[in-house]
Design a protein around this ligand. Structure first.
Ligand code: GLN
Length: 305
């Protein structure tokens, strides 16, 4: 398997030259565009690696999977889905348009920025510090990595430039979707996006989801089966933003991308996969990461469809 992953990396390294690194968060612009790494964690707890799997990156939107799980644990599905929908989008991940034009005023789904910010506002904690520490500890538990932390430079960079996210959040405050202090909610969101991980960490999150909420290596249940099912379903329909349909056709597994270039995939009953390559396509998804996942999906027959 390690040989297969090395071959997938070599076959797809050429794609790292396509696309652009995200620079709208200035600190992300420092990433090395040639990077391509993969890790697989099976449901027997075995781990396989290829390429630059040890490179750290900020998980960005992949954190939306983590905060959706925690919000569902804290509030139950009825409350969460009274604030955010479960419908896919045809607009960009940071789009504002449907907040006003849809008559429900709910953001479309928890995998785009507006929906994630609304979801995060539901996570318990008396302030942003406490809410974020719960997210951080939850992430450390799922990954089995007590060293997960935020990249302070990326956090400061995003906090300083995150005006679009501020616009989304203040708009949702005006419509009552967000009930608590907007700046506190945004602070949690900026921190969660700045959590730093490797392909191995995100493969482990995928493996827990693929295993219906149980950590494969210890047998510990992290989330109930029905929460794992909801999260994987929303990953299939919404995880790659407005490219989710194409991803389902080409690759066909629950997945979530982030503008740091990471992609987390959960192959039900089989494995978690973490991929990293920072150069993105126009929709904000890693180009070489998608190509590598596509080859892997064909080689290992991973599509759930
Ligand atoms: N932190 C990023 C933002 O809010 C996350 C977006 C993403 O990964 N697509 O813009």
């Amino acid at each position: 398997m390690n040989r297969l992953l090395e071959a997938v990396v070599e076959n797809n390294r050429q794609w790292t030259k396509e696309g652009k690194i995200a620079t709208y968060i200035p600190e992300l612009g420092k990433a090395d565009p040639n990077t391509l790494g993969i890790c697989i964690t099976t449901l027997h707890g075995e781990e396989y690696f290829g390429g630059d799997y040890e490179t750290k990156f900020t998980i960005q939107s992949i954190s939306k999977v983590i905060t959706l799980m925690l919000a569902l644990l804290d509030n139950g599905r009825d409350r969460v889905f009274s604030k955010v929908g479960v419908e896919p989008t045809a607009d960009a991940f940071n789009s504002i348009i449907t907040l006003e034009t849809k008559n429900t005023q709910k953001p479309l789904n928890p995998m785009i920025n507006a929906g994630a910010i609304a979801t995060v506002s539901l996570i318990e904690g008396k302030n942003s510090e406490e809410a974020f520490n719960r997210i951080l500890n939850f992430t450390r538990k799922i990954t089995g990595n007590p060293d997960i932390n935020i990249n302070k430079d990326v956090y400061n960079s995003e906090k300083a430039t995150g005006h679009r996210n501020r616009a989304l959040a203040y708009f949702m405050k005006s419509t009552g979707v967000i009930e608590n202090d907007v700046e506190e909610v945004l602070d949690v969101y900026f921190r969660q996006c700045s959590m730093e991980a490797t392909c191995k960490d995100i493969a482990r999150i995928g493996a827990m989801l693929a295993n219906d909420g149980v950590l494969p290596w210890s047998g510990e249940r992290i989330i109930p089966r029905h929460v794992a099912r909801i999260v994987k379903t929303i990953m299939v329909t919404c995880g790659l933003y407005d490219a989710s349909g194409q991803f389902a056709v080409e690759i066909g597994v629950p997945a979530k991308s982030g503008v740091g270039g990471g992609i987390l995939a959960a192959v039900p009953g089989r494995m978690g996969i973490g991929v990293l390559s920072p150069a993105l396509d126009a929709r904000g998804n890693s180009i070489a990461g998608l190509k590598a996942l596509e080859e892997l999906s064909k080689e290992l027959d991973l599509s759930i469809f």
